[in-house]
Write a protein that binds this ligand. Structure first.
Ligand SMILES: Cc1ncc(COP(=O)(O)OP(=O)(O)O)c(N)n1
Ligand SMILES: Cc1nc(C(=O)O)sc1CCOP(=O)(O)O
Length: 423
């Protein structure tokens, strides 16, 4: 699959063509790119907008259309020259254009004046989809009304926000529910519209492309790159395939460890999709990891979504405190081990706990215990333990950003345990 991104260049990589290429590459789609303007900026301000010449933009178009077959084009920051050229190519190659109408930067630098708005309306009427945020949508509709322009009836309009509204011919077709994540990430709009374009190029129907891109953008916000003045988009795609591959490799690694910290109830390891809603967003073994009679262990079952209850509840609770924590594994409790980890490895492991004797009635122990352990220290720890209760085995739970991270922590903990027991 190939798509073409036409937009401005942001040297910090947060928005514009850089964000488009990162997004497309992350989704396995080859991204051609045409630069309209060079826009040095930070997350505090835009320094300038240097528009490339009509001749240079024409040669950029000529090169990519000479070298590739192109069906989908995503646009970011445009200029009059680039719109004029694009309009000719739309007709010549019957292009499907997804136009992200970037009227201004989040840092309030205007990219568009009235003359350019006229051009944008012409482009919208040759586009397949436009993806304005609510503010951009209102400005566009006010401009259209004031100038007595019209938008073609078959133009899809996705008004983006926490929830996104898909409209066509003034009719709402679908609403795509989202989450409010308190993090302003530079380039979010670029990444989202490019992700939609990439999924369309893979053959997804529009509404499925939007749904998939919405999940993708939430991951990209969670894993955004912290900068001095804010956050930059960091396109990250974690889907069911990613989770299953991680768990498979984690279990492969476990089998290379002399793993003996197996509780009587057995162990399980689980990993979730980003922002899991319920058990079905979390994969684990359908069985358990159980001791065998030779001092080793068996891995029982397959890896499936919806297979875990206890570990899944731990992940569901922990991810509310830190959405980057997507995996957990329970291992055997040992008092000397916890003591040693607390005293000698406090720089490596953050440890918290809960006390079953303090558990209120009618709660899920795993949800209540995980929440208590996280609230106690104001974050999600690497290890949550409890000393058990009536008929309840004491337990250590190891948490991490994914199941491979968890297994590496378990391997380290096992080595500490072995060193203690050898003494
Ligand atoms: C070169 C360039 N392209 C696009 C933008 C817009 O990015 P941002 O201001 O972060 O807005 P959203 O992408 O989040 O809508 C830019 N600043 N520079
Ligand atoms: C039985 C049990 N209790 C645990 C605890 O952390 O207290 S972990 C565990 C085993 C894993 O269970 P599942 O496969 O339902 O996730």
């Amino acid at each position: 699959m190939v798509i073409l991104a036409v937009g401005g260049y942001d040297p910090t990589g947060g928005a514009g063509i850089s964000a488009d290429i990162k997004t497309s590459h992350t989704l396995g789609v080859y991204c051609l790119s045409i630069i309209t303007s060079i826009i040095p900026q930070t997350n505090k301000e835009v320094y300038e907008k240097y528009d490339l010449s009509k001749e240079n933009i024409e040669n950029q178009f000529k090169s990519v259309f000479e070298e590739f077959e192109i069906e989908y084009v995503k646009t970011g920051v445009l200029t009059s020259q680039s719109i004029d050229i694009l309009l000719k190519y739309i007709d010549k190659y019957d292009l499907k254009v997804i136009c992200d109408p970037v009227l201004a930067s989040t840092t309030k630098y205007n990219f568009v004046d009235e003359k350019l708005m006229d051009k944008y309306i012409e482009l919208f009427n040759k586009s397949y989809l436009i993806t304005p945020n609510r503010e951009e949508y209102n400005k566009i509709m006010e401009f259209v009304k004031n100038k007595n322009y019209h938008l073609k009836k078959d133009l899809y309009i996705l008004i983006t926000g926490i929830d996104d509204i898909l409209k066509r011919n003034s009719t709402t077709i679908n609403i795509f529910k989202g989450f409010k994540i308190n993090k302003e990430v530079h380039g979010t709009g670029c990444v989202y519209s490019t992700a939609i374009t990439a999924f369309l190029s893979k053959g997804y129907k529009l509404e499925d492309a939007i749904k998939e891109a919405k999940n993708f953008i939430l991951s990209s916000i969670i894993y955004a790159k912290k900068t001095k003045y804010g956050y930059n988009s960091n396109p990250t795609y974690i889907n069911k395939e990613t989770v299953i591959k991680n768990l498979s490799y984690a279990i492969y690694l476990l089998k290379k460890i002399n793993f003996t910290l197996i509780p009587e109830v057995g162990s399980n390891i689980a990993e979730s999709l980003p922002l899991p809603k319920d058990f079905n967003d979390i994969a684990s073994l359908t069985g358990r990891i159980i001791k065998n009679k030779l001092g080793g262990f068996y891995v029982v079952g397959d890896i499936e979504f919806g297979a875990s209850e206890h570990i899944a509840k731990i992940i569901l609770s922990a991810s509310k405190f830190n959405p980057k924590i997507r995996s957990c594994m329970n291992i055997k409790y040992d008092e000397d081990l916890i003591k040693t980890l607390k005293e000698k490895f406090k720089d490596k492991f953050i440890i918290s706990s809960f006390d079953r004797s303090e558990e209120p009635p009618n709660v899920s122990t795993m949800e209540w215990g995980t929440t208590i352990a996280c609230k106690k220290i104001g974050k999600v720890p690497d290890i949550i333990y409890d000393k058990g209760g009536l008929g309840k085995e004491p337990m250590i739970r190891v948490l991490g950003k994914d199941s491979i991270d968890v297994i590496k922590k378990v391997e380290f903990i096992q080595k500490i345990y072995n060193s203690i027991k050898e003494k």
